[in-house]
Design a protein around this ligand. Structure first.
Ligand code: GDP
Ligand code: IMO
Ligand code: MG
Length: 427
């Protein structure tokens, strides 16, 4: 049996957590392959609501093995507090595996994240302040600390010393902060060693063996296509590969083993933090989307910027990721609008452009060209088949499908696991 990838098709918070949870009972492994506790996934099961950051959403499914892949950056304090929080609510987390090659977010990475943002002033990214960017920078600079390093105190000390050599100069001389003591960092990391040891595995090997036994592996992205460090709206992106390519590098699974790519896309659009967002609304409609959709960050609580559906972005995500199926989420949030605008192209410096502009400047200048579709007023949360939706809602789904570059296989009509219209089986 092959591997399946779930990716965000916009700027994050599309409902990846719900989609992963929905498929969880039919897969054997759920792998987080990028990002860290910058992610925030809310999963609603019956009356219970779970907010996950670092742990893969598959952790909520009994019998499914959750895996933190090599492409993830791990804050160990967050890892254990999330595990403790779930255990206290009766969720068994004992099957969790953590890649020996995943990198660790050290305390100094959080400090550097915050001071860099402050230093950037009006050019800031609006990061989550979790140390994500600096930890990936250390990884690329070959100065990172990996999970495996924690089990050899001598090596750990050498690596922390190495990482701090330049960083302390910068912290003290550029940012006017106190230098970090290597001992403190080593002590903080070693404190987790005993509890961490039994979870650590060669996860790429484990996943290969699972695939050769014919088991199902689901690879779950954090963040999204437009936040991907290569394919997103750089520099207003996160520092990891949140697209299908990242699913391979971040897990050790080969591209030839991926049979399906599920793109999660909201029936409108949101963004957290800075950066261009052509369909962003600054009026009562934006406020209404935010209120009706509960668009406040799961991680930082920041109000999300809201706007209309952007079809060129969905097409871009379909191309970059090789999306085979879209899950269109939060259609219920659009209930009650008389007509719904959809961005079908842009106007860039007086010219119509049908696809994502090539340059950052082009995208900053892009003004949406809207088409308007008739709305519906009926409550749609009980719909389970396309035919259960009002005619205008069905037409809206079909119109988006025709513009977005892949078929729509499921539609979300509420936050609950069962509040989903299924058009085609996803597994
Ligand atoms: P993720 O980061 O992609 O996993 O998404 P988040 O969990 O950050 O944000 C999505 C929010 O929308 C969560 O609060 C979900 O419970 C909720 N949600 C997901 N699908 C639907 C849907 O179809 N309808 C509604 N109303 N809420 C949804
Ligand atoms: P999920 O997985 C939405 C945004 C931040 C900021 C930028 C860089 O829940 O979809 P970082 O801390 O990663 O260096 O911040 O990326 N960002 C997200 N926005 N959803 C997320 O994750 C995000 N993770 C990071 O707001 O603009
Ligand atoms: Mg989220």
């Amino acid at each position: 049996m092959p591997a399946i990838v779930i990716v965000g098709a916009q700027w994050g918070d599309e409902g990846k957590g719900k989609a992963t949870d929905l498929l969880g009972s039919r897969v054997d492994y759920v792998v987080k392959f990028n990002g860290g506790n910058n992610a925030g996934h809310t999963v609603v099961i019956g009356e219970e609501k779970y907010a996950l950051h670092l742990l893969p959403s598959g952790i909520l499914t009994p019998g499914c093995v959750p895996v933190i892949g090599n492409g993830v950056v791990v804050d160990l304090d967050v890892l254990f507090s999330e595990i403790d929080g779930l255990e206290a609510r009766g969720i068994d987390t004992s099957a969790l595996l953590v890649s020996a090659n995943a990198h660790v977010i050290a305390d100094y990475n959080r400090t550097v994240d915050k001071v860099t943002e402050r230093f950037l002033g009006s050019r800031k990214i609006g990061t989550t302040g979790r140390g994500i960017g600096p930890t990936y920078a250390d990884k690329m600079n070959r100065l990172g600390i990996r999970i495996q390093d924690i089990f050899d105190e001598k090596i750990l000390r050498e690596k922390v010393d190495g990482a701090l050599e330049l960083k302390n100069q910068i912290l003290a001389k550029v940012y006017n902060r106190r230098a970090v003591r290597a001992d403190e960092i080593v002590e903080q990391l070693l404190a987790h060693a005993d509890r961490l040891r039994p979870m650590v595995a060669d996860t790429a090997l484990v996943l290969h063996e699972a695939l050769s036994r014919g088991e199902n592996v689901l690879l779950e992205a954090g963040q999204a296509t437009l936040l991907d460090v290569d394919h997103g709206t750089y520099p207003f992106v996160t520092s990891s590969s949140a697209t299908t390519g990242g699913a391979c590098t971040g897990s050790g699974i080969a591209p030839t083993q991926i049979s399906r790519v599920i793109g999660i896309v909201k029936a409108y659009a949101t963004r957290v933090g800075e950066g261009p967002f052509p369909t962003e609304l600054f009026d009562a409609d934006g406020e209404r989307l935010r209120t009706n959709g509960g668009e406040f960050g799961t991680t930082t609580g920041r109000p999300r910027r809201c706007g209309w559906y952007d079809a060129p972005i969905a097409r871009y995500a379909a191309r970059i990721n090789g999306v085979t199926d879209f899950v269109l989420t939060k259609l219920d949030v659009l209930t009650g609008w008389e007509q719904i605008p959809v961005c079908v192209a842009y106007e860039v410096d007086g010219e119509r452009v049908d696809e994502m502009p090539m340059t950052q400047t082009g995208f900053h200048h892009a003004k949406p060209v809207y088409e308007f579709f008739p709305g519906w007023s009926e409550d749609i949360s009980a719909a389970r088949e396309l035919a259960d939706l009002p005619a205008n809602a069905q037409a809206y789904v079909r119109e988006l499908e025709s513009m977005s570059g892949a078929r729509i296989s499921a539609v979300g009509v509420g936050p609950g696991r069962e509040e989903t219209v299924v058009l085609h089986d996803l597994i």
